[in-house]
Design a protein around this ligand. Structure first.
Ligand SMILES: Nc1nc2c(c(=O)[nH]1)N[C@H]1C(S)=C(S)[C@@H](COP(=O)(O)O)O[C@H]1N2
Ligand SMILES: [Mo]
Length: 388
């Protein structure tokens, strides 16, 4: 192959990309914004992962009660805000794909290779996250596991990228006027174009956030027009992800022989019918359901404290508890309470929401609700507590 003739063709030819928006300073500003949104998204995602899969050295505290709601709300909001930023950033820098020679030094080669996991990973994270909040799974893999490991790969590549671009970014961001001492009229027009481009990109990002963040931030609820789930729409005024029908619990949850059992490492096993549960001391708490998909809703729940049941059963105060649902298949049929959560005065097995018996889709006859827990761990249709 004859290289020079290849280089003579588009897109390798000089001036193949005449737009002045393919500019280092624009790329640097978008890069800084993405650095912030990706870092917040990664930190809140790690927290969510720890909450759902606690390693032996970590126990999720049960307070502040609304913490997970804030962190997961931020996770989804920063992910959504990143979409226009990443699209604009990729468009700004794509001519560099065709730069010649392809690399100038070993460090430059490594920096360019790291773009593969960075761009691939970034697009993968935003696409899978967006699909997940829309409950759309056009793939075979396990979403949480893959999304988690791809995040490490992406952030690793981001660290390499920041290292490689640090000097250039500092230089172009401190550049006030154009390279020539006296800026020409053409330069001034280019600068206005660049500012307009950036304003459009940041504006799109802000509008997307504004029209979705009401799914968890109550004052903006009316504006949550683009949110896949409205926090005030559903039976009893709040949403349902998994219905009793899809969970396969329609018959069992309505059976008159329903019992709650408390077993495992206890002195006396308990087996309580609904009337017996209603006759125990009832406690109310105002707590959110904070779904990993970013929506959340706060309700007033009433029922029996888990710690009261543990005391009745004679369980040790530092016990962990596995909460099991009538649901037999698919994920989220059980969840674990660490000792803090199990003994929190607001961790309830709720019979009522806002004074009414729970709707079947909200977990009738009994659901777990506790402070600072991911929504997926607020198990519905509870039938058994196993003390570990
Ligand atoms: N048994 C059971 N409980 C469950 C689920 C489930 O699939 N099965 N879904 C969880 C999820 S993802 C959330 S966000 C909360 C609230 O979900 P809902 O909107 O389906 O009630 O309940 C949780 N409890
Ligand atoms: Mo959820």
């Amino acid at each position: 192959m004859n290289w020079p003739s290849v280089l003579d063709r588009r897109p390798f030819r000089e001036n193949s990309f005449p737009s002045k928006l393919h500019d280092e300073q624009v790329a640097a500003i978008l890069g800084c914004a993405l650095g912030i949104t990706f870092t917040v998204c990664f930190a809140t995602g790690l927290y969510s992962h720890l909450a759902q899969n606690p390693p032996s050295w970590f126990e999720l505290p049960s307070r502040p009660a609304g913490l997970y709601r804030v962190t997961q709300g931020l996770h989804v909001a920063t992910g959504i805000a990143s979409i226009p930023l990443l699209a604009a950033k990729l468009w700004t820098v794509y001519p560099k794909l065709f730069s010649w020679p392809p690399f100038e030094s070993a460090a430059h080669l490594i920096a360019r290779i790291s773009l593969l996991p960075l761009i691939g990973g970034g697009l993968f994270m935003l696409f899978t996250g967006l699909a997940n909040i829309n409950l759309w799974y056009p793939w075979q893999f396990n979403f949480p596991v893959t999304h988690y490991w791809a995040a490490w790969l992406t952030m690793g590549a981001l660290v390499v990228h920041i290292g490689a671009k640090f000097t250039t970014t500092r230089r172009v961001l401190s550049r006030k006027v154009s390279a020539s001492a006296v800026p020409s009229a053409v330069d001034a027009v280019d600068a206005v174009d660049r500012r307009r481009f950036l304003a459009t990109v940041f504006g799109t990002s802000a509008l997307l956030t504004l029209f979705t963040v009401g799914q968890t931030f109550a004052p903006l609820r009316k504006l949550a027009l683009l949110a896949p789930r409205r926090p005030d729409v559903g039976p009893q005024g709040f949403p349902v992800n998994r219905t009793a029908r899809t969970a396969g619990v329609v018959e069992t949850s309505q059976a008159s022989d329903y019992r709650l059992t408390v077993t495992g490492r206890v002195r006396n096993e308990l087996s309580l019918g609904l009337d017996e549960l209603r006759a125990l001391r009832q406690h109310s708490a105002v707590l959110p359901i904070a779904c990993v998909e970013g929506w959340s809703t706060t309700q007033r729940w009433t029922g029996v404290r888990v710690r009261d049941l543990l005391a009745m059963a004679g369980a040790s105060p530092d016990a962990e508890v596995r909460v099991e649902s009538l649901q037999q298949h698919r994920s989220y049929r059980t969840s674990d309470l660490n000792p803090w959560q199990a003994h929190d005065p607001d961790t309830l097995l709720a019979l009522l929401v806002n004074g009414e018996p729970l709707a079947l889709d909200h977990g009738y006859p009994l659901r777990l609700i506790g402070p600072n827990r991911p929504g997926v761990m607020q198990t519905k249709w509870v039938t058994r507590l196993v003390v570990q």
